[in-house]
Design a protein around this ligand. Structure first.
Ligand SMILES: Cc1cc2nc3c(=O)[nH]c(=O)nc-3n(C[C@H](O)[C@H](O)[C@H](O)COP(=O)(O)OP(=O)(O)OC[C@H]3O[C@@H](n4cnc5c(N)ncnc54)[C@H](O)[C@@H]3O)c2cc1C
Ligand SMILES: *[C@@H]1O[C@H](CO)[C@@H](O)[C@H](O)[C@H]1NC(C)=O
Ligand SMILES: *[C@@H]1O[C@H](CO)[C@@H](O)[C@H](O)[C@H]1NC(C)=O
Ligand SMILES: *[C@@H]1O[C@H](CO)[C@@H](O)[C@H](O)[C@H]1NC(C)=O
Ligand SMILES: *[C@@H]1O[C@H](CO)[C@@H](O)[C@H](O)[C@H]1NC(C)=O
Ligand SMILES: *[C@@H]1O[C@H](CO)[C@@H](O)[C@H](O)[C@H]1NC(C)=O
Ligand SMILES: *[C@@H]1O[C@H](CO)[C@@H](O)[C@H](O)[C@H]1NC(C)=O
Length: 581
């Protein structure tokens, strides 16, 4: 009890301007922080820990060996080398890859004497291995008015998988994979896989490949396939052939906000939950336990990459090539090819084209008109092509590793009408972005779907999109002012340049600007009001919150300490009617 009051005192001393009454009012409309009296006592944490079979982990930030008093040069040097690769982060119960949200509170890039603080990291995590662990965690945060974070791999760019004073539900170890050669329901007959919430793309790819299949997953092998990725939509090198990851889902097993273990399919009584979880954003409607998705018969897969620079040509000629590439993209993606391409003001790279079921000769002939254009413009380029037995082989040989923790992001979906009708203006925007320090990545695809073909909450703008753009600015650990300038630039210059070309389009919620104005419309479009109603139904106590998630606009983060509060200071809802699993 003494240490408990000690913590409260620290909290009060940090805000001397607040009187007692203010603090009390605060705690009613805000989630509890470790510095407050409402925070569970050590005995309550211990009791909770035994209720989840001893799986509770108190956060020690990953970067602790890089700071006094725990400094360890060998470990820290290794961390500094590895901080930009995902592995160490997803093996941790608390670390996140997005540097803005890690907020410099404990990492290898700050002075050793600066002590580590929890900052924006979660306080505790439940290392889940049973559905009951999840429902008990939900009951505990509900009873104690704590912030909840669902954390899988920590890849999220929007800060969804972290939060000050939160209890994390850590799904990383839910690695179960089941292959069903003969799934059958009213809408689909064929092979499927059930993936535990912690399965990562590389594990799903391998399991599918082992059985003669391929599965829609992302370009980064370590993203969690059933987590934020598929729940947010999920684009893939296979998407021009099969659609988005959310389009593949057949069934979700999920623990809702009241602690009930539910099965949601397109046709059962929880079809509204099925609809919302399939593209309506992670961390919002429930905690996913497993996902059952379509598998596709393995196909030989071709790959092609192509690069050139601005050497020996004018900038006008360089950007003219970009215009021409965009003009050829519709034909390329309509053939079932997905293209990643990257642009700076000096380099252009197709990295790569992926052609599932498309012979490499056909891939080469799809790119030939662009190569002819390059010849006409006098641009020398390098090209590599390959024919592989499977998608997995192509992926391993040609997909580029994406480093993490090196940038801040934003994006916009470019409809094909822009390329058809306004291609020069698109190039002007690309040019302004790349000449002002922005890095431009395009994901060229065709994920159009006919009416009724899929039933999900994917942002409708995806169906008209030709290019999902991912813009970024470089991250520097010791230049906070410049990072804020870059954020302003991203929101008010880079993204708005693209937005102006297609204001009725939108942005991919997983790879957009976390400060996107009017994010409800941009990330969710016309689905927002219905998604909000589904959240209300399955999260009656409003415990799910994720930055830019549906309903997140009803909360505000307190800048000083990361405290999460009801916008407008409304009292938190009553906590009755809790159904234990
Ligand atoms: C290097 C890199 C490459 C990427 N490549 C691609 C790509 O090719 N295609 C693409 O579409 N996206 C890509 N992304 C974006 C990626 O889809 C998102 O970052 C996504 O949020 C990652 O999901 P996660 O579960 O692995 O991450 P986490 O950060 O652990 O989780 C992200 C969010 O999902 C929620 N969530 C996670 N698990 C669950 C669960 N079981 N139940 C409910 N909510 C859950 C969390 O609450 C959080 O809100 C990439 C990101 C990175 C960093
Ligand atoms: C939870 O209990 C387990 C088993 O007793 C223990 O190893 C672990 O340290 C406990 N966690 C916390 C945060 O006390
Ligand atoms: C989490 O639980 C898994 C078993 O589900 C175990 O293998 C792993 O070591 C645990 N991790 C931590 C950090 O406790
Ligand atoms: C292109 O692919 C080849 C393998 O086919 C690879 O060696 C090369 O590094 C790739 N180049 C780029 C720019 O991705
Ligand atoms: C640019 O010109 C120089 C000199 O003529 C030549 O050596 C170089 O190969 C050229 N580079 C490209 C990419 O065309
Ligand atoms: C290219 O962009 C950089 C900023 O990233 C800028 O400093 C440089 O002047 C630009 N060069 C040209 C030719 O636009
Ligand atoms: C980072 O920490 C500072 C205080 O050091 C705080 O003002 C800011 O809100 C924090 N940002 C995030 C994203 O947590």
């Amino acid at each position: 009890m003494i240490s408990h009051h000690g913590l409260l005192l620290t909290g009060l001393l940090a805000w001397p301007a607040l009187g007692n009454a203010a603090v009390r009012a605060h705690t009613r409309s805000c989630r509890c922080l470790p510095t407050e009296e409402c925070w569970p006592s050590p005995a309550e944490w211990a009791h909770f820990n035994s209720s989840v079979d001893g799986s509770l982990i108190q956060t020690t930030p990953l970067g602790t060996p890089c700071h006094a008093p725990s400094y360890d040069a060998d470990v820290c040097d290794e961390f500094r080398e590895e901080w930009n690769v995902p592995e160490i982060h997803y093996q941790s119960s608390s670390s996140v890859m997005a540097p803005w949200f890690a907020n410099g509170s404990c990492d290898p890039f700050h002075p050793i004497p600066k002590p580590c603080t929890l900052g924006n990291y979660i306080s505790y995590a439940v290392n889940v291995s049973h559905p009951g662990h999840i429902s008990r965690a939900l009951a505990f945060v509900t009873a104690h008015n704590l912030r909840l974070v669902i954390r899988n791999t920590g890849h999220d760019y929007q800060g969804k998988s972290t939060g000050a004073g939160a209890l994390g539900v850590w799904t990383h170890h839910l690695k179960d994979i089941q292959i069903h050669p003969h799934h059958q329901d009213a809408h689909y007959t064929g092979p499927a896989a059930t993936l535990g919430a912690g399965v990562q793309a590389f594990e799903a790819y391998q399991a599918a490949d082992d059985h003669g299949y391929q599965i829609v997953g992302g370009e980064c092998p370590t993203v969690g396939i059933a987590g934020g990725y598929t729940q947010g939509g999920g684009h893939s090198a296979l998407s021009s052939r099969y659609g988005l990851a959310a389009d593949q889902v057949l069934k979700w097993e999920v623990i809702d906000g009241a602690g009930n273990f539910l099965t949601a399919t397109r046709d059962n009584e929880h079809s509204d939950l099925f609809w919302a979880l399939s593209g309506g954003g992670g961390g919002t409607y429930g905690v996913v336990w497993s996902m059952t998705s379509k598998l596709h018969a393995s196909t030989p897969t071709s790959g092609l990459n192509l690069t050139f620079t601005n050497a020996n040509i004018s900038q006008d000629t360089f950007y003219e090539a970009v215009t021409l590439f965009h003009s050829h993209l519709p034909t390329i993606v309509d053939a079932g090819v997905m293209s990643i391409f990257a642009l700076t003001n000096t380099t252009f790279g197709i990295t790569p084209l992926t052609g599932p079921g498309i012979p490499v000769a056909e891939l080469e002939s799809l790119i030939q008109p662009f190569r002819d254009d390059l010849d006409t413009l006098g641009i020398a380029h390098t090209m590599h092509t390959g024919q592989f037995d499977t998608y997995l082989d192509q992926f391993e040989a040609m997909m580029i590793d994406v480093p993490v923790g090196i940038a801040q992001y934003g994006g916009w979906l470019i409809p094909r009408s822009v390329v058809r009708e306004n291609n020069a203006a698109l190039t002007d925007a690309c040019r302004q972005i790349t000449e002002n320090g922005g890095y431009f990545v395009g994901v060229g695809l065709n994920v159009a779907k006919g009416p009724g073909e899929v039933y999900n909450a994917v942002l409708p703008a995806w169906r008209d999109a030709l290019i999902h753009t991912v813009l970024s600015t470089p991250w520097e650990w010791d230049n906070g002012h410049e990072m804020l300038v870059n954020q302003y630039k991203m929101t008010h210059e880079f993204v708005s340049l693209l937005e102006r070309l297609a204001p009725r389009s939108g942005a991919y919620l997983n790879e957009g600007d976390f400060l996107q104005p009017n994010f409800q419309q941009a990330f969710y479009g016309e689905n927002y009001p219905r998604l909000r109603r589904v959240k209300a139904k399955y999260d009656p106590n409003d415990i799910f919150y994720a930055w830019t998630g549906v309903g997140s606009d009803e909360w505000v983060g307190d800048d000083a300490d990361g405290r999460l509060c009801r916008a407008g200071g409304h009292d938190l809802v009553s906590q009755e009617g809790y159904g234990y699993y």
